[in-house]
Design a protein around this ligand. Structure first.
Ligand code: FE2
Length: 362
């Protein structure tokens, strides 16, 4: 009998706990054996001049590349930074470390791979297109929700599409989950990105690719999100930050074994065409998706109400028809999401016209 189960990769090493960022120096020290060893840190530029930046354990040729998280990660930036590293150093770095939210972690994951796989990152957007293992990669979230710290995807916006570099090699080798790093996140950002996690769990649990393994992670992630956003209004207490960080981690894992669905497919269009950041794009979409995720949308409305977070509405009202079609095309191309959300015959249930109508509601 032939079996065709995927042989998944997981994060090899992880540290969890308040203040665990301080162990980064010791973790890197184990990899500094050759004297030529050096690391490149990709860090969210909001930390420039902040206490976190002072704690980055730089040595020798180590370099910090500051990156803005104002825009979604782009293939052009990945290609530019990869070329810069090749130009500036004689050898490959020993490793790369992403410090920030999903954007910074996705940059670290993608550049780890493009350093060892020639050509533009655009040619690797898709499933299993990467040929060579990347350089060692660590991810350190400073914002909870995206699950990028554990997922096998580095999501990139390219000239033609928003699509992840997805393969076993994309999974980071090391993560440090230090909830203390998230205490300065502004409330809106915390909510939008926290909802990304909530939506990962809702979508993973509601679809045709669901299974006991993905469900186990998804259910706990969902329970933690509900607890954080329904029982702890605006609380930045250490134990609440811990819960949200673990919800993010488990939500990311749930997606390894299941998939996202309708909300993420629609949100990819908003991010790619209208440049909305991922978290808020998801919130804009979920807000109008009662038909697909009924009770979960009611709970979302309750969370929005409790936290008094503005969710933009009527954003597509003034858009010309061709823009709506452009949005619909981005979403329609994500067939792995539709396959999970609507089943093998998804094309009979979802059409470009129906997508245009859905976008017109947002
Ligand atoms: Fe997401």
């Amino acid at each position: 009998m032939m079996y065709n189960f995927r042989n998944f990769t997981n994060v090899a090493n992880f540290v969890f706990g308040q203040g665990s960022f301080n162990q980064l120096g010791a973790i890197l020290k184990q990899r500094r054996k050759p004297t030529s060893a050096f690391f490149i840190f990709f860090v969210d530029d909001v930390f420039k001049g902040e206490a976190l930046a002072q704690k980055i354990p730089l040595q020798g040729q180590d370099t910090i590349v500051w990156i803005s998280a104002q825009e979604e990660p782009k293939t052009s930036t990945v290609d530019l930074i990869t070329q810069q590293i090749h130009d500036d150093f004689n050898t490959l770095p020993t490793g790369v470390i992403g410090i920030g939210g999903g954007t910074l972690m996705d940059y670290a994951k993608a550049i780890s791979l493009t350093l060892t796989n020639p050509g533009s990152s655009t040619q690797y957007q898709g499933l299993d297109l990467i040929k060579n293992k990347g350089v060692w990669c660590a991810c350190i979230p400073t914002l909870s929700g995206t699950g990028a710290e554990v997922s096998m995807t580095a999501v990139l916006s390219g000239p033609e599409k928003k699509l992840g570099i997805k393969c076993d090699y994309t999974v980071p080798d090391q993560i440090i989950l230090d909830p203390e790093l998230t205490k300065g996140v502004p409330p809106h950002q915390r909510f939008y990105t926290g909802m990304d996690c909530y939506i990962h769990a809702v979508e993973a649990l509601t679809g045709y690719c669901s299974n006991a393994l993905g469900d186990a992670y998804g259910e706990k992630s969902l329970a933690l999100c509900r607890d954080v956003f329904l029982n702890h209004e605006n609380s930045y207490a250490p134990e609440v930050n811990e819960k949200l960080m673990i919800a993010s981690y488990l939500g990311g894992l749930s997606l390894t074994y299941a998939q996202v669905g309708v909300c993420h497919a629609l949100s990819y269009g908003l991010s790619h065409v209208l440049k909305y950041p991922h978290g808020i794009a998801n919130c804009i979409c979920l807000n109008q998706l009662e038909d697909y995720y009924g009770d979960a949308v009611s709970t979302f409305h309750q969370m929005v109400e409790q936290h008094q977070i503005p969710i933009p509405q009527h954003i597509t009202k003034a858009l010309p028809e061709e823009k709506l079609v452009a949005l619909a095309k981005v979403a329609y191309d994500l067939d792995h999401m539709w396959l999970h959300a609507l089943g093998k015959d998804w094309k009979a249930k979802m059409t470009l016209e129906k997508l245009v109508d859905l976008y017109a509601r947002l």
